[in-house]
Design a protein around this ligand. Sequence first.
Ligand code: P1T
Length: 378
Amino acid sequence: MKFATKAIHAGQHPDPATGAIMTPIFQTSTYAQSGVGEHKGFEYARTGNPTRSALEDCIAALENGSYGLAFASGMAAEQAVLSQLSAGDHLLSCDDLYGGTYRMFESVMRRYNVETSYVIAGSSADYERALRPNTKLIWLETPTNPLLRLVDIRAIAEVAHRYHILLVVDNTFSSPYFQRPLDLGADIVLHSTTKYINGHSDVIGGALVMKDEQLYQALKFYQNAAGGVPGPFDAWLTLRGIKTLALRMRQHEENARIVARFLLEHLRVEKVYYPGLPSHPDHELAKRQMSGFGGMVSFQLKGTLSDVDTLVRRCKVFTFAESLGGVESLVCHPASMTHSSIPQNIREARGLTDTLLRLSIGIEDSEDLLLDLEQALG
Ligand code: P1T
C-alpha cells in the first residue's frame, strides 16, 4: 500500500462485533478473563488496549517498521529509549535538538551516570571521532529543532552498526511522509506525535517504531513496566489525525516554501533557515534524504529582543505559542520557550540567539500568512 492509503487503513479494520468503520474507543482499564491464563489477548490496559494497538500498528506501517509503541508523550517515548542504557554508558547526540531532550540528558540521565556528548552539525566522520569505548546509543534529530540542520542518517547508521551501537532518529520535524529513517538504517524512530502525526494541537503523545523483534520486546517491556501509555481517547484522536497526514504535509510544505522565500527577501530579516532553500548548508542532503522539506521555518530578526517582543505581539494569524505541526500557524521564541532549559552560553554558542524565531507553518491560505508576517514585521 502507498503512504496515503496506509495512513487511512493500516492497523484498522471494521469492528467485528458491530461493523463500525472507525476503531472504537475502548475506554476500559481491564478485561474479563474466562479462566486461569485464558483471555482474548488483553488483560490490563497499561499492558494493552485495542485502540492503542491500532495506533501503534498504523504508525509502524507509515515508518516501514515492524513494530510500534505508543506513549503518553514524546518525552515518555524518549525515556523508554534511554531505559536501554545502564550507568557508565555514553550517549552521543547531535548538538541542535529540542530543549526538553537536552534537559533529559543533562538533568536526569547524568544523575544515573549516563554521560552525553554532542557533535556540532557534523559529518559521519565527526560522529565516528566522537565515539568512546562505552558509547551505546547515537541520538539524532533531523531536521533539528530549531535550526533545521540535517544529519546524514545513512552514513551515521553505517558508523553506528560497525561499532554495534544503537541509532535512534527523532523524526518529529519531518514526519514519515517526508522521511523514513528505518529505510536509511536507523534502529529506532521516535516521534512526538503531539506534532504532525496528530496534527490538530489537541493531544500530547509519543511513539517508537522499530524492525528488530528483540529490541521491540525490550521496549515493550519498559512501556508496561513504567506505564507512560496514552489513554484510549488520545490514541483515537491521534488515529483520526493521521488519516489526513499526507494531505496536511503537502500543504504545510507548500506554505513553508512560500513563507521562506518571502522572509529571504525581507529587509528586517537577517537570516532564514529552511532546508528547501538552495542557500541552506544541508540542501543537497535534504534532497537526497527527504522527499520534501517540511513545514518548519526559522529566522533571525534584525534588531533586539524588544523587536522580537513587538513582532510576536502584532501577529494575528500566527499564534505565539510553543509546539508545532498543527494545522494552525505558530510562532515560537526558542530562547525563552522551547529551549530555555539550555544554559544561555551553550544556547548562544549553538546559534540559538535571542533574535531567533521559529515558525510552524500551518495549512491556512498562504496569502493570509504573508499578510500577517508583513504587518507584524512592520
Ligand atoms: O512534547 P512531547 O510530546 O513530550 O515531545 C517532546 C519532543 C520530542 N522531540 C522533538 C523534536 C520535539 O520537538 C518535542 C517537543 N517539542 C516542542 C514542544 C517544541 O515546541 O519544540
